[in-house]
Design a protein around this ligand. Structure first.
Ligand SMILES: [Zn+2]
Length: 280
């Protein structure tokens, strides 16, 4: 079912390595401006842009949120995830496309490979993970499919259209960070069924589902996780591989924006039956 919001809005959360995505999209966008959204969890600064699309009439409004902050670098454990997702909800975005740099838990995954994960394991231990801390009813959202299937399919089709090879499934394990994992932790993650490891995108996916906002993730394998093929991860390696993967990532996101359609989706009904909405 097509929804009625025209022009509609899309959120992009960008992670390590493509914080300057807005500048790179500048040619296709106009009216680029800073926006500050106030939420009950704090203020969030984003970039707003209008994007003309060749395939469809009208414009799409894009809100770009650098996950680690505008002009700074917040470590993953200090990111205000609730404020970020609440801001996207307040902006009434139809969905969120996020990027992430990840470590490979298997030697079969090659460096620079694009992965669109379909599962996650939340390995974090010290983050707020719900909007429903104080609620009159118990809320237990369904995360059987933690990433939006509709947006995953869009990302995969966009990658194919852009001529970028992408792996269509994968289990993302989210660690607290900011340190990298030990070799023993990586071994345990692999045994648990993980394919890639990062520090942010499980928290966002869970909160987005509670906020009834579609969310999907496009990952770049930037390094082998600790101990895989004898690896010792380094931030400089991550940044350099992301720099090299930038064009591929940009092409996938630009094509996704071009082909994005606003649809109803099960993610938007995750609270049906509870009689409450996420407080934003
Ligand atoms: Zn969805």
């Amino acid at each position: 079912m097509n929804c009625e919001c025209v022009p509609f809005r899309v959120g992009i959360i960008v992670g390590t390595g493509i914080e300057d995505l807005a500048k790179q999209f500048q040619a296709a966008m106009h009216g680029l401006s800073d926006v500050a959204i106030s939420t009950r969890y704090g203020e969030v600064k984003l970039l707003q842009a209008k994007c003309k699309r060749s395939s469809y009439d009208g414009e799409i409004e894009v809100f770009i949120l650098p996950r680690h902050g505008l002009g700074c670098h917040l470590p993953p454990h200090l990111i205000n995830y609730k404020a970020n997702i609440a801001a996207m909800k307040r902006l009434q975005v139809d969905g969120i496309i996020a990027t992430a740099a990840v470590g490979a838990l298997h030697s079969e995954l090659s460096i620079g490979k694009i992965v669109i994960p379909d599962q996650l394991i939340d390995w974090t231990k010290q983050r707020p993970l719900t909007f429903f801390d104080e609620c009159a009813v118990a809320v237990h959202v369904d995360v059987t499919q933690p990433y939006c299937e509709r947006l995953r399919k869009l990302l995969l089709a966009s990658a194919e259209h852009a001529g970028v090879s992408a792996i269509d499934t994968g289990c993302y394990i989210c660690a607290d960070g900011p340190r990298y994992e030990t070799a023993a932790e990586v071994k345990a993650m692999r045994i648990l069924g993980g394919d890639i490891v990062g520090m942010t995108a499980a928290t966002e996916a869970i909160l987005a589902r509670e906020a009834e906002v579609c969310y999907a993730l496009v990952c770049v394998v930037t390094n082998y996780a600790a101990g895989v093929l004898g690896a010792r991860p380094s931030h400089s390696e991550v940044v350099e591989v992301m720099r090299q993967a930038n064009t591929k990532l940009m092409n996938i996101i630009a094509t996704s924006i071009e082909r994005y359609k606003c649809y109803d989706c099960p993610c938007k009904h995750s609270l049906d039956g509870y009689g409450v909405k996420a407080p934003v």
